[in-house]
Structures are given as structure tokens and as C-alpha cells.
Design a protein around this ligand. Sequence first.
Ligand code: UD1
Length: 386
Amino acid sequence: MKIISVVGARPNFMKIAPFIKAIKAYDEINNNIIEHLLVHTGQHYDDRMSRAFFEQLEIPDADINLGVGSGSHAEQVGQTMIVFEKVLHDEKPDWVVIVGDVNAILACSVTAKKEHILCCHIEAGLRSGDITMPEEVNRLVADRLSDLLLTPDLISSENLRREGVPENRIKFTGNIMIDTLENNIGKADKLSIAEIIKENSFNNSRNDRKKIRENIFAVMTLHRPSNVDRKEVLEPIVRFMLDEVCVNVPLIWTIHPRTFKMLDSFGLLNEIMSHKNLYALEPLGYLEMLKLNMHARVLMTDSGGLQEECTILGTPCLTLRRNTERPVTLKDHGGASVLVGNNIERLREEYAKAVKETRKPVRPELWDGRTAERCLKAILDFKETN
Ligand code: UD1
């Protein structure tokens, strides 16, 4: 059996790593019957957004890099389809496996199905209900086209049933990102927070800073277009962080390239870089981010994956979004996260509560570190019934 799996952007890498390990383990005892090729679309190309994850998570180099890079969504998707079609012609795989919700899954599911190749989506069925999110468009298309839909939780399985997906195509396998968390938590724990800051600061020449202590700092990541692309939205968030969070606890902000560009163009960067109690870091590796999450008093984010990691680690999480495709991570469902949108009043109110909370780790069903094995088994067991 020949499988091509596809990655494109940062959040894909922690999802594909355990899947590739599961294939390797299976092949070792089954005479290498699975031939696997890894395709990287090249959407994320910086060392810090891509290479670092391959190294830390021991992902083998991509067999094929489509070299798509930055661009508008249509450019990224169109370019991926053009080059990926050639890959499928040359390689003739039995399966294309896609993970998560980035542009690669839209491009590659369409291309695979037009070539009559089976497509499996790992992390299927998530729905934010917000069609203005590029990732929601990607999820809807990929799930409509995929033959095998592997879901991280039962709410996602139910979403698919509601959309009319036949039962034989849906399989609840659990959250594959938690495999990576379990595989790496020991390594992350050995890192030093002071070193992480020193190695990754934009402004590391500064020596006027207080020392950071475990459980006495906040962490923030932001990258969604809805939060960072407009000054009237981003500036009040920055003001809240500088004027209210940073007077209370040190804030570690790992700044995504999209956000960096926007902060610069809105003239907000200098104040951030020069603030005494704000540690502006470049995008971090997986282990470094995990270490910060393990010891943060509160984490503020618009990332999907971090909401899940906060749930497992019990870190109080303020999600700067109005909705989430991951309701199991919400406090209402027993998780660690609260939706605050980009409404500063709500952020203030929930922040005041979150800094007083203690960690409450929660483990949703099948977030047990064994999801990749179940995903591979589902592919091997899949029977088409047309
Ligand atoms: C993408 C994903 C999003 C994911 C996020 C994590 C889609 C639709 N979005 O959003 O789901 O949560 O990645 O990071 O697929 N850039 C660099 N270096 C890089 C990569 C990007 O400088 O290595 C710049 C690009 O030039 C662009 C900006 O960052 O200006 C945004 O990159 P883009 O690929 O458009 O989407 P993300 O916002 O990263």
C-alpha cells in the first residue's frame, strides 16, 4: 500500500509526526508493506515555522516539497493543486492523508479526488460554524470529499453525521496532537524558561528585566487574520496587554510572522519591544512552547492546538475568538478554555478570574497518546462500499 501524507503549515507538523512513527512501527513487523511519502506544500518555509519542528519531532525530511510559499489563499491553493497533481501522476498512491485545517487540506483533497485516489482526513469533523474563517472553508471541503474521516472527539463525529456523512466513513480515533504531547513532555520539562527567553528574544540584549518565575507569568500567541489584520482590533488588545497584564505579571508573547508584520505596519512594534515586563519572542519550537504552557499562570491565544494542550495541561486559557471548532476544550465541556473574542471588557473580566485559578488537567476521551495507531488501523481496515 502506498500512502502520501501532506503537511503545509506549522500546526500540521505535530499531527503528522506520530502518524509517521506509527507507519514505521507497523512496517517493522509487517515486511515494509506500507510505502510512505511525505509531501510538504511549503506554505510555511521559515526555519522557525517549519525546519525546527521537523528536527525536534524527528520527522523525516519531506520526500517532496511543492515550494508553494506565501501568497493569497487562491495562489496557495491553486499552486498546490497544480504541483500536487503531478506528484499524484508520478507516484500513484493508494491513499492521500491530510491533517488539520490549513490550506493544504483543501488543495490536496480536491486534487486527490479528481484523480480518484482515496483520501483520509485526520482531525475531521471540527466545525466553528464561522465560514469567514479560512480554516472552516478548508474543513468543509476536505470533509465533504474525504473517504475516511477520523475524528478527535465525539462532537466532531456527530457534526459529520448531521451533515449526512455515511457511518462507515466516520471513525472516532482521538486527538493525534496529544500523542505528540505525550511523546515530548519529558523532553520539554528539562528545558529552562530563562534559556528559552534568552535564546528566542527579539530584544535579548536587554538586561533591565525582572527574572521570570514559574507560574508567575502569562503567555500570549495571536495570528488569526480576524485579530491581527486590522489596527482597530489589534491595538486595543496590545493596550490591554501592556497597560493591564504587564503591570500584574510578566507577559511572554511569541510573535507569529503575520502578527509581526501587522504590528510593524501599525506602528505598535517599538512599544512592545521596549516594554520592561513584556518578553517578545520569535516563534518557538514545539518543546519550548510546551514548556511555557506547562508553567504559565494563564495563556491567551487564538490558536486551535493550544486550546487543546491547555486542556490536557490544565492551564487556564483565554481564547481570543468568538467561536471555536474545539468545544471539548471549553470550560462548559470540562476543558480549560473560555471564549473572550476580541472584546476587551470580556478579556479583562475573564483574565481577572483566570489569574486566580489553579491548574485542572482534563483528559477528553481517547486523548490518550495512542491515536496515531488507531488512525493507521482505520486506513488499513477501510473497505469502500459505494
Ligand atoms: C496558517 C494557517 C492557520 C494556522 C497557522 C499557524 C491556513 C489557512 N492558515 O496561517 O490555520 O493556524 O498557519 O501558524 O492555512 N510567513 C512567514 N514565514 C513563514 C510562513 C508565513 O513569514 O514561514 C508569513 C507569510 O508571508 C504571510 C504570513 O506569515 O504574510 C501568514 O502566513 P500564511 O501562510 O498566509 O498563514 P498563517 O497566518 O500562518
